[in-house]
Design a protein around this ligand. Structure first.
Ligand SMILES: [Zn+2]
Length: 251
C-alpha cells in the first residue's frame, strides 16, 4: 500500500492508504473537499474510513464522503457514533480492510474514547502522539496519556507514526527549551526547521527516531530527570510525563 497525506485546514493531515488496485482507506477526514479532489485526480476508490476520535477536524468530512460513496464502512470508537461511524470498534479488535489486518487499541488522553489503528508499519494515532510532542489533554488525565504512549512505544521500532497535525517545529522548540544541549534534539530541530522553511511535511516519523527526540517518550532519561530535579523531585515516570505536559501547556 502507498501512504499519502492530504493537508487540510491550518495544520491537519488526512492520511490515505492506497492499494495497487487504487482502492483506498481514508483516515480522519475532517474536511471532505480536499479528499474528494484527491480521489477525483487519482482515480481512487474509497472503501473505508478510520476515525480516531470525535473532534470536528477529524470527522467533519464523513457525511459528505458517505453521501458520495454510500458503500463506505466507517470504523470509529463509541464517541464517534453520532459522527457517521457505521461500525463501532474497541480496544483489542482486529479488523480486515482491503486484505490488511488492523489492530485497534485504546489511546485515551486527548479524548476519553480515543483509539489508534495499527497495521505494520502504519500507525494512525490521531491526536495522541505528535512528532516531538503529545496531544492536549482535553478529556483524559496525564496518567492515561502516559499509558497510551507506553502502548505506542511497545510497537516495532520501524513503525511509521502517522500523526494528524504538523506540530513538529513547535514541539522541537519546546524540547530545546527543556534540554538545550541534547544533540539528538538539536539535530532534529535543525532538520525540521529546514523542512518547514520549504513548507515540506515532517511526517510520518519512524518510532525509532521518535524515541530519541520526543521527551514524552524519554520520561526515564537521566538528562530529563536531572532537569526536572532542578525544580522538583518526581519519582514516577508518569509524574514526569505530567510535568512535561503542563510545561508545554504554558510554553
Ligand atoms: Zn483532536
Amino acid at each position: 500500500m502507498n501512504l499519502i497525506s492530504i493537508p487540510a485546514f491550518q495544520d491537519n493531515y488526512i492520511w490515505v492508504l492506497v492499494g495497487d488496485d487504487k482502492r483506498c482507506i481514508v483516515v480522519d477526514p475532517g474536511d471532505a473537499a480536499p479528499v474528494l479532489q484527491a480521489i477525483e485526480e487519482n482515480g481512487w476508490q474509497p472503501e473505508a474510513i478510520l476515525l480516531t476520535h470525535h473532534h470536528h477536524d477529524h470527522v467533519g468530512g464523513v457525511p459528505a464522503l458517505r453521501a458520495k460513496f454510500p458503500h463506505l464502512v466507517v470504523y470509529g470508537p463509541q464517541e464517534t457514533q453520532d459522527k457517521g461511524t457505521t461500525r463501532v470498534v474497541e480496544d483489542g479488535e482486529k479488523i480486515l480492510i482491503l486484505g490488511y489486518d488492523f489492530s485497534v487499541f485504546a489511546t485515551p488522553g486527548h479524548t476519553s474514547g480515543h483509539i489508534s489503528f495499527f497495521s505494520f508499519p502504519y500507525l494512525f494515532c490521531g491526536d495522541t502522539m505528535f512528532s516531538g510532542g503529545c496531544g492536549r489533554l482535553f478529556e483524559g488525565t496525564p496518567t492515561q496519556m502516559y499509558q497510551s504512549f507506553q502502548r505506542i512505544n511497545a510497537l516495532p521500532e520501524d513503525t511509521l507514526v502517522c500523526c494528524a497535525h504538523e506540530y513538529t517545529l513547535a514541539n522541537m522548540k519546546f524540547a530545546l527549551s527543556i534540554l538545550p544541549d541534547d544533540p539528538a534534539i538539536q539535530d532534529y530541530y535543525h532538520k525540521v526547521n529546514e523542512l518547514r522553511v520549504k513548507k515540506q511535511n515532517t511526517l510520518p516519523v519512524i518510532l525509532k527516531n521518535e524515541r530519541k527526540i520526543n521527551l514524552f517518550l524519554r520520561t526515564d532519561d537521566i538528562d530529563l530527570i536531572n532537569k526536572i530535579n532542578q525544580e522538583t523531585n518526581l519519582q514516577q515516570p508518569e509524574e514526569r510525563f505530567a510535568w512535561l505536559r503542563s510545561k508545554k501547556d504554558d510554553f
